[in-house]
Structures are given as C-alpha cells and as structure tokens.
Design a protein around this ligand. Structure first.
Ligand code: PEP
Ligand code: MG
Length: 298
C-alpha cells in the first residue's frame, strides 16, 4: 500500500467528491524537502530547528540561501517560512532567554521579539530576499492578540509578493480568528500547541499525554470555528495533519491545506483520494464524548 502511495505521490489529492486538498511537507532540515515525494510545497519551515545547531545567529544572506535550497528541492512550489519559534521546549543558543517558571505560558514565539525586535529583523530581511526569487509565505507563531498581528505586520513592512499568515495555536486566537486574520492571507492551525493549551496538558509530559489528543472534540470544535469564521484560507500544520484518518476529517471540516511529516505525505494524499468528504459525519465527530469515540467514527 505504501509503495502504491509513493508511486502515485505526484498526483493531486482530489477526493471522490472532487475536492482537492494541498498536501505539503513540514521541514526542519533541508533533507526533509529533498527526500519527500509528492509535496505541494512546504506548509511549515521550522526555522528554529533549521538553524538550531548554530552557536551564532545566521546572517540574512545565510538564511536566504538555506530557504532557497528548500524551495529548489520542492520544485519552487510555495514554502511557508515560520519566524523563530523559540521558548517553551525550544531553546536557541544564539537567542538566550531568561529562565521562566512556566515557559509554555511565557515568552514564546512572537512574544519574545516584541521586547527585542532587532532579533527578528535579519530573518524578515532573509524572508523578503527569498520571496524575490520563489513563492514564499511568511507565518508568525504563538499569536494571541490583534495587537500582536498589527505589530508583526509593521515589522514586516511592505508585503510585495509575500503571502502573510499566523499560526493559530492559542485557544484565544482560534476563538477570535476573524479579528486576527482581517489583514492576513491565511492562517495555519498548529494542532500540537492548540491541543496542549486547550486540554491544559503539557505536550512534553508523558504522564498527561493521553489528555493531549488532537482528536479531542474540544480541539475539533475550535478547528471547526476557525474554518467557519477565519475568512481566509485555513491550513493545518500540526501533527494531526500527518494522520491519514484525521486528515480526512480535517478536509471534511473545510481545511484546504495540510502540512505533514515527509514520510506521511504520500499516505495522506492516497487516503484523501479514497475519501468522499460528503460522507464524513463531521457533526458526530464534533459532538463526540471523547477522542476515542472520534477515532471509532473515523
Ligand atoms: C504546532 O504547535 O502544532 C506546530 C506545528 O508547531 P510546533 O510543533 O513547532 O510548536
Ligand atoms: Mg507550535
């Protein structure tokens, strides 16, 4: 089945009822973009992972070169570059942070840079430079308020040919996504953090792992709310998008772009091609008592 899916990887993921879902790849190292089969671009370039082994900050030129390598490996299909998402469980040696009692609730992602905007500027310059050569989407992580969106857009400057979006991974952002996305081109749901914050279960703590299930109907209700109210294209780039069964449910809820780990891309596409989204009982999934029941439905 896997070999068949890989052979068909270049075909679009068009469902039986005629909906085409873009399936992209998550990139943490350039090799992820080189090895993947059938990706429609990258829906998440984790820059803090890409440059995570550096002792000193990469220059804008260095960053742009690596971004271009990724784009080329993907046949110059669009790549979605996420700005530094540090904090929580992700330290970066060249962006030292103070210790915090609750790092997942502290200065993470975009929050880090409001006090130190100069640390973001080289990266935005690199993203701009890359966008002059190949299609680029830029995405800001860990956004909570409309003020943060305004601030990020101000720091970014002229948008030229860039598409601009935010990650929706905080429940407050999911609930007021219409306000946050007013001046954006897209939003991308980070189900890993959205699940962690919705269920109040630390994503790195194995003891509470069963609580942090992306198929929890509470998480699905937030995803449904985002799709219905965002007013812009909605993607999912969290781990839920790498699960072929969950991918069908996400597509049935109205998500039009999924970004998965490389080896899952052909499998997610193959599963979507077999699916009839009009037959998926999304109402039952949203009303289910727990994640196990949703899994049963799928
Ligand atoms: C997420 O939170 O779902 C996500 C894609 O970002 P990360 O896993 O890098 O925090
Ligand atoms: Mg996240």
């Amino acid at each position: 089945e896997r070999e068949r899916a890989i052979a068909d990887a270049a075909l679009p993921a068009t469902t039986r009822d005629g909906r085409t879902v873009d399936v992209l790849v998550n990139v943490g190292v350039v090799q992820d973009a080189v090895e993947v089969r059938g990706a429609d671009g990258s829906g998440l370039v984790r820059t803090e992972v890409l440059f995570g082994d550096r002792r000193t900050a990469p220059s804008a030129d260095e960053q742009a070169e690596v971004f271009l390598d990724i784009a080329r490996a993907l046949g110059n299909k669009p790549i979605t570059i996420r700005t530094w998402d540090i904090g929580g469980d992700k330290p970066l040696p060249f962006l030292p942070q103070e210790r915090e009692p609750n790092p997942f609730l502290g200065e993470r992602g975009l929050r880090v840079f409001r006090r130190r905007p100069e640390l973001l500027r080289d990266q935005l310059a690199a993203i701009r430079r890359t966008a002059a050569e190949t299609p680029v989407h830029v995405m800001f992580p860990m956004v909570t308020t409309a003020d943060e969106v305004d601030w990020a857009l101000h720091e970014l400057g002229p948008r030229d040919n860039l598409e601009v979006g935010i990650m929706v991974e905080v429940p407050a952002a999911a609930l007021r996504v219409a306000t946050l996305a007013k001046d954006l081109d897209f939003v991308s749901i980070g189900t890993n953090d959205l699940t962690q914050y919705t269920t109040a279960a630390d994503r790195t703590n194995a003891a509470v792992a069963p609580l942090a299930d992306g198929l929890d109907p509470a998480v699905l209700q937030l995803i449904d709310h985002v799709v219905r109210t965002a007013g812009v294209r909605v993607a999912v780039c969290g781990d839920l998008a790498s699960d072929p069964q969950a991918a069908v449910l996400l597509a049935a809820l109205g998500v039009t772009e999924l970004s998965a780990v490389g080896p899952q891309v052909p499998l997610v596409k193959a599963r979507l091609r077999q699916a009839d989204l009009s037959q998926v009982d999304t109402a039952a999934a949203l009303a289910a008592r727990d994640a196990a029941q949703v899994r049963g439905l799928l």
